[in-house]
Design a protein around this ligand. Structure first.
Ligand SMILES: [Zn+2]
Ligand SMILES: [Zn+2]
Length: 344
């Protein structure tokens, strides 16, 4: 019987479908080389998608068209289901032949993402949680919750409190390795009126010191975090260049927010001022008195102006920040949780 193959991936109609990625030529698998479908219908593997995202907005390597949707994590790019089921069939057949030996080596060094997702779902059904445990020489163990929201894996900020008794605990370093080291997306969960209003997802633009500090204050990896910090002020309120400031992890009133130890602000990053741009780490001598941990999110464009301390861009949730800028009591709004999005 002639097999039915999808026609909507690389290769002309009727050609044998390839079980290898057309870019890296690796065989598709169920971990780092899952076949995913761009909005132009071309298919490539997760690993190649990460490589492309590291260079900027996602552009198809085959037809040069832009991917039409926001990418926060790999799950935002749909799996090519028919190809995937062929890959799974193949893997099953091979592992039956090899008595499962081949599949095992991968699991010894890497966290099994499928298993992790299943554990999180099961824990949540049982009313418990999965935590990543950070152990560092002389310090008490710290824990970060790992959750699934909109199908994306979230690593919440580290906290000193031990997790509840029946939680599942796994290694922080193994979980952390599921984030891409270059394409980083962090989240801020925003609360006001005593209700969680949603998450703001921010793509980090570079690896400058100020940006790395922002990342560390989202993960809590160097100690303090943005969790439970208020918003402090709105500059240019109602006008072009409107910007919401927050991030005083020390005093929570705008008077504090020292740089993390050994942090330098790094090279400038110039970006046009448009709504969603995230800026930070002040430059002395420009009349700003913000402390270095404080950050500002632009909620309105300012044509012709350039921000030189740019750190990130809001991918999703800008409407939440726009609403924060309009609150009568700004300090009622705060970052109730924060963390890192795991790419896999
Ligand atoms: Zn590939
Ligand atoms: Zn394409």
């Amino acid at each position: 019987m002639k097999a039915q193959f999808p026609t909507d991936f690389t290769g002309a109609k009727g050609e044998m479908p390839s079980l290898e990625c057309g870019v890296c030529l690796e065989l598709y698998n169920e971990s780092s080389h899952i076949p995913r479908c761009l909005s132009c219908n071309h298919v490539l593997c997760t690993s190649c998608i990460i490589q492309l995202l590291r260079k900027g907005p996602l552009k198809c390597p085959f037809c040069r068209s832009w991917h039409g949707r926001t990418v926060i994590s790999s799950v935002d790019i749909p799996v090519h289901n028919r190809l995937m089921s062929m890959v799974s069939e193949n893997l099953k057949r091979n592992s039956a032949l090899n008595d499962g030996e081949g599949a095992q080596s991968d699991q010894e060094t890497h966290l099994n993402v499928v298993q992790l997702r299943a554990d999180i779902l099961r824990a949540s059904e049982e009313g418990t949680n999965v935590y990543a445990q950070l152990l560092r020489n002389d310090r008490q163990a710290r824990h970060a919750r790992v959750s699934i929201c909109d199908n994306r894996l979230h690593l919440h900020c580290l906290k000193d409190e031990p997790p509840l008794h029946d939680s599942r605990v796994i290694s922080y370093d193994m979980v952390r390795a599921l984030a891409d080291e270059v394409y980083s997306v962090v989240f801020l969960e925003i609360t006001w009126n005593a209700a969680v209003q949603g998450k703001v997802y921010i793509h980090l633009l570079d690896d400058a010191g100020r940006t790395r500090q922002f990342l560390y204050l989202c993960t809590g990896e160097q100690g303090p975090s943005y969790a439970n910090t208020r918003f402090l002020e709105v500059s240019n309120k109602g006008n072009p260049g409107e910007q919401v400031w927050g991030g005083d992890y020390e005093n929570n009133d705008g008077s504090g927010g020292a740089a993390l130890p050994d942090m330098v602000r790094g090279p400038k990053n110039h970006q046009d001022v448009i709504a969603g741009l995230v800026a930070g780490f002040y430059y002395p001598g420009f009349g700003q008195d913000h402390n270095p941990s404080q950050f500002g999110i632009y909620t309105r464009d300012m044509a012709g102006y350039v921000e030189m301390s740019s750190m990130g861009r809001v991918l999703s949730g800008l409407e939440i920040m726009t609403a924060v800028a309009q609150l009568v009591d700004l300090q009622d709004a705060f970052v109730s949780d924060c963390g890192l999005v795991l790419f896999h």
